[in-house]
Write a protein that binds this ligand. Structure first.
Ligand SMILES: *Cc1c(COP(=O)(O)O)cnc(C)c1O
Length: 389
């Protein structure tokens, strides 16, 4: 049999594939499994967005190959939204690039910038894509440990200068998956200084800027002075609009920095269906503020329930200001976060993500996702109380 490329051996098994397998095994044994493992909204996409897709899909003008960079209407809507939200002006010609979900862009930007042997600074714990594609591209991931005592922000002064000089990219992700931590504009200013000093490109994964507690507004790194010269930001419609299945996001930043990614994509994909981009325009421009308030309140109520339950069983967790995740410490009587997750699946039929699935520095923690219907979450919390009491 033909062997797959050796580069595939460099990546660890995809975290959620492994969780899916354990869960399928339990389900096959007849266990009613409740998964708090995957960050995928349980709520439907708002009807005005679905209707916009239905209308756009029926229009033959949207049926040919889409524009590589994204439709002009989409790029203009993104630029208007970005200026309204962050006060940062973008030129829709060149400073906005449509993505087939932000994950696609985060993976491809590595291929656009990283040659074999180049260093990429990756947060740990972190979204697995940054490290996986660095390894696939032959780059060298250098781990930036995120620690609780620093608010889960990397300590850039700890990066040895010779490593920083060899680094091409620095990945950030705030609001953060899996920790729920947020970054300030002051932190981004320090990042810009660091990037200037070592001539590297910052990739800020902004998938959760619009998913926060009521009243919280996450900044964009592009609001920091000088950031345009050293940073690209990746946004997604998936989490704020319950559109994970639609596959639409965008990258923004200086045209010269975005162009290598655009070139790579032009030679890889042919863009996202124009009708989906049309629906995304409606999402960005016609979603009323009340919809976001309701979404924030929904996650807030669930957050309350989970934090209360964890507190009752003696598990330490801080209240996240953004994202729909709770990042909590594994009780000390369990040898590891993997053992703890296996225990909960076996004894309670509840799936949580073991922290070390996000990197070595996630060891000793676990992540609970708040994206399950209220009644199921309540049932999961009852089970946790029962098996952990
Ligand atoms: C969900 C998620 C994404 C991917 O979003 P898509 O736009 O659906 O590809 C990217 N980064 C982080 C940290 C995420 O949690």
């Amino acid at each position: 049999m033909v062997q797959p490329a050796r580069r595939l051996e460099r990546i660890p098994p995809y975290l959620f594939a492994e969780l899916d397998r354990l869960q399928a095994e339990a389900a096959a044994r007849g266990v009613d499994v409740i998964s708090l493992g995957i960050g995928d909204p349980d709520q439907p996409t708002p009807p005005h967005i679905v209707e916009a897709l239905q209308k756009a899909a029926a229009d033959p003008a949207n049926h040919p190959y889409p524009s590589y960079a994204g439709s002009r209407r989409f790029r203009q809507a993104v630029a208007r939204w970005f200026e309204g939200r962050f006060g940062v002006r973008l030129d829709p010609e060149g400073e906005v690039l449509a993505l087939i979900g932000s994950k696609e862009g985060l993976a491809h930007v590595i291929w656009a910038y990283v040659d074999p042997g180049d260093v990429v600074l990756v947060p740990d714990p972190g979204y697995p894509v940054y490290k996986a594609h660095t390894l696939l591209a032959g780059g060298e991931p250098y781990v930036l440990p995120l620690r609780e005592e620093r608010g889960w922000l990397p300590d850039l002064e700890q990066v040895p200068p010779d490593v920083a000089r060899r680094a091409k990219l620095l990945f950030l992700n705030y609001p953060n998956n899996p920790t729920g931590a947020v970054a300030t504009l002051e932190f981004y200013r320090q990042v810009v200084e660091f990037a200037r000093t070592y001539d590297l490109l910052v990739i800020q994964d902004a998938a959760y800027t619009e998913v926060g507690e009521p009243g919280y507004r996450a900044p964009s790194i592009l609001q920091a002075e000088g950031a345009r010269d050293v940073a690209l930001e990746f946004h997604s419609l998936s989490k704020p609009f319950n559109m994970t299945g639609w596959r639409i996001g965008f990258a923004v930043g200086q045209a010269g920095l975005l162009r290598p990614l655009a070139t790579l994509k032009t030679n890889t994909d042919s863009g996202q269906f124009t009708a989906i981009q049309e629906a995304a325009v409606v999402a960005l421009e016609q979603t009323p503020p009340t919809w976001f308030q309701r979404l924030a309140q929904l996650y807030e109520a669930r957050k309350e329930l989970v934090l209360r339950t964890l507190h009752e069983v003696g598990i330490a967790a801080t209240r996240p200001r953004a994202t729909f995740y709770i990042w909590a410490r594994v009780p000390e009587r369990f040898p590891s976060d993997g053992d703890f997750a296996a225990f909960l699946l076996r004894e309670a039929g509840v799936v949580v993500s073991p922290g070390s699935a996000y990197g070595d520095h996630g060891a000793g923690y676990f992540r609970v996702s708040l994206t399950v219907p209220d009644a199921r979450l309540a049932e999961a919390m009852d089970r946790l109380r029962r098996v952990l009491a």
